[in-house]
Design a protein around this ligand. Structure first.
Ligand code: DC
Length: 223
């Protein structure tokens, strides 16, 4: 049986960076599934596809090849073989990813690709529906969260480092808006799976968050 670790949670909970470190410590791969929805959102923006038009976005998704590569610098996300990794972290693309991820046809295709990538492979996956839909039989399931303010603060710090100029209030508003959309969509909304362990990182630093997850994984693997 392969070792699979499913991590879900809201915006800015630190899923991706924590998952990356957990994977590194365990010597396994990490798949950031949000990057795939981001790649599709970016493509829709670039091609001028109306994000509110479910049919058009679904058609675009069906005709777009989203793939990932794992390199020494981490995951690279590709659209039609072209590396889009540097362009998918803006606020505009974040919101677009959240919007295109509402559509059943988009989710079906993305989930299928993710399941294929994880098939028979030791892997950490992070996203919104990993515990519930992508890997319902994962070795360990975690719901990673923190208070709205703390998540916005971390995101704001990260954006500042990259030279973005949004105010803290703007980032907090974006975090709440995106959570609202991700938690209330009709298909596979973000929620804590009944069998997922809750890890609240409001009061935890990065190393403590990684340690908390590794502890849960250890318990699940060795009882
Ligand atoms: O994790 P992230 O912020 O990079 O994800 C971007 C958006 O993609 C998120 O707002 C909702 C969507 N998403 C999803 O619906 N399911 C996933 N497994 C991962 C992300």
């Amino acid at each position: 049986m392969s070792l699979t670790i499913a991590i879900d949670g809201p915006v800015g909970a630190g899923k991706s960076t924590v998952a990356d470190e957990v994977a590194r410590r365990l010597g396994i791969l990490h798949l950031d599934t949000g990057a795939m929805y981001r790649a599709l959102g970016l493509t829709a923006i670039q091609l001028g596809v109306d994000l509110q038009d479910e049919e058009a976005v679904t058609r675009l998704c069906d005709g777009t090849e989203v793939s990932v590569l794992h390199s020494a610098e981490g995951q690279r996300t590709l659209v039609g073989g072209k590396d889009v990794t540097p362009f998918i972290r803006t606020q505009e693309v974040s919101m677009a990813a959240s919007t295109v991820s509402r559509y059943a046809g988009v989710r079906k295709r993305m989930v299928a690709i993710q399941q294929q990538l994880a098939e028979g492979t030791d892997m950490v996956l992070d996203g919104r529906d990993i515990c519930t839909t992508v890997l319902p039989r994962a070795t360990a399931k975690i719901y990673l969260t923190a208070s709205d303010e703390e998540r916005a603060r971390r995101r704001w710090e990260e954006l500042k480092k990259r030279g973005a100029e949004e105010s803290f209030e703007q980032v907090l508003e974006e975090v709440r808006q995106r959570d609202q959309q991700d938690m209330n969509r009709p298909v596979e909304p973000l929620r804590q799976a009944p069998d997922a362990a809750l890890v609240d990182t409001t009061e935890l630093n990065f190393d403590e968050s990684v340690a908390a997850i590794l502890r849960i994984v250890g318990e699940k693997r060795h009882g």
